[in-house]
Write a protein that binds this ligand. Structure first.
Ligand SMILES: Nc1ncnc2c1ncn2[C@@H]1O[C@H](COP(=O)(O)OP(=O)(O)OP(=O)(O)O)[C@@H](O)[C@H]1O
Ligand SMILES: [Mg+2]
Length: 346
């Protein structure tokens, strides 16, 4: 019997290996796809995915185990003092190595893709929790657009500087965000400063947009173009001035999110097709182990996904920590204690 030759073995992490395999004459990638389950059992792996690399060569991505338990990772303890917060490393959850998964929110635009129920909500709240004292001190001012009737963000509404739950308000939130960016740029220029430092005078501004596709594609056609123009302006110019965008999408295609390439940090939770993985994380990342399309869409796996950290060429498996409604209420109580209630736009 002629055994297919293994050309190369790569391990992105302790639990994911990629084998490059040369097919024997007469074998096809679909033959391996059909047998993927048997292969997984034979290799004592959780799952095996087959990726076409070039004629006669396939990649077998072998995921050995799910490093995360089925219970959610609890929210981090609320930081109470501003000096406990490092905006360059906000904790979002755990990595598959059991270390903290952190993400900078300074000069970054964060893109989170995942099917409905994949856990995008936890990545809306965890950045805010991680910077709680700075929200309280108004050194960070977050805006949110939540066109799903405001359901997702209702409970945390007092955390936000502006909150829009209807189209017209959403557009005006984006416009104001751009106008503030312009004003900030003028101030920095006047002061001869190129680098921005978050302070009460010049707060870090965040614009979190849940269901970003509503703003960039599904909204009224005549207005979507204007929104895209504003977002492009904000995202190309905002980083140095302290204006960041976090976008959450179910459908990460370029048609839905034409500004996708302007995001600087990406998270791929469970997605519905293989091609979406590379759309979010970059070419070749699924082959390197980011089997985000294979993450089951159920509560035991919500919040699990992949990221590619700066300076790395391998995907890293992560799981977002989960904030219960009570956690969010506690966050609101902490942030708003002793200050008058903010007015939402909506
Ligand atoms: N990080 C997490 N860890 C564990 N469970 C989670 C996590 N995030 C969310 N969940 C669970 O999964 C459910 C769905 O999550 P969530 O509402 O965040 O999905 P979503 O991606 O925002 O979906 P949609 O696109 O429909 O808004 C939540 O109700 C919660 O029970
Ligand atoms: Mg959601």
């Amino acid at each position: 019997m002629v055994v297919p030759r293994i050309l190369r073995v790569r391990s992105a992490s302790p639990s994911i290996d990629t084998l490059h395999v040369r097919l024997n004459r007469g074998q096809t990638p679909s033959l391996f796809e059909e047998r993927a389950d048997a292969l997984a059992h034979a290799l004592l792996a959780q799952r095996v995915a087959v990726v076409k690399i070039k004629p006669q060569v396939i990649g077998l991505v072998i995921e050995r185990e799910n490093p995360f338990g089925s219970d959610p990772i609890p929210a981090i303890d609320l930081p109470h003092a501003a000096d406990e917060v490092d905006l360059g490393a906000i904790e979002l959850g755990d990595t598959e190595y059991g270390t903290a998964w952190t993400q900078s929110l300074l000069g970054q635009h964060l893109f989170v893709a995942g099917a409905t129920g994949s856990g995008k909500g936890s990545l809306l709240w965890s950045p805010l929790r991680g910077m709680a004292p700075l929200l309280r001190d108004r050194v960070v001012l977050p805006d949110v657009i939540d066109l799903k009737e405001g359901m997702e963000t209702e409970i945390g509404a007092p955390l936000f500087h502006r909150r829009a739950i209807e189209w017209a308000d959403a557009v005006s939130v984006v416009e104001s965000f751009r106008d503030e960016l312009k004003a900030r740029q003028a101030v920095l220029r006047e002061q001869g400063r190129r680098k921005f430092t978050p302070s009460v005078e010049t707060p870090l501004r965040l614009l979190q947009i849940d269901e970003l596709g509503m703003m960039t594609s599904y909204g009224p056609a005549s207005e979507v173009r204007g929104v895209l123009k504003l977002l492009s302006e904000i995202m190309t110019q905002g980083r140095a001035a302290g204006f960041g965008v976090c976008g959450y999408v179910q459908e990460p295609t370029k048609d839905t999110v034409p500004v996708r390439e302007l995001f600087t940090a990406r998270v791929c939770l469970s997605v519905t097709s293989q091609s979406q993985v590379d759309m979010v994380l970059g070419d070749g990342m699924r082959l390197r182990g980011a089997l985000a399309d294979e993450i089951p869409l159920d509560p035991a796996h919500a919040g699990i996904g992949f990221v590619v950290e700066q300076g790395s060429r391998n995907p890293l498996r992560v799981r977002a920590s989960f904030q219960t409604d009570q956690d969010i209420r506690d966050l609101v109580a902490f942030v708003t204690s002793g200050r008058p209630r903010l007015h939402a736009v909506a």
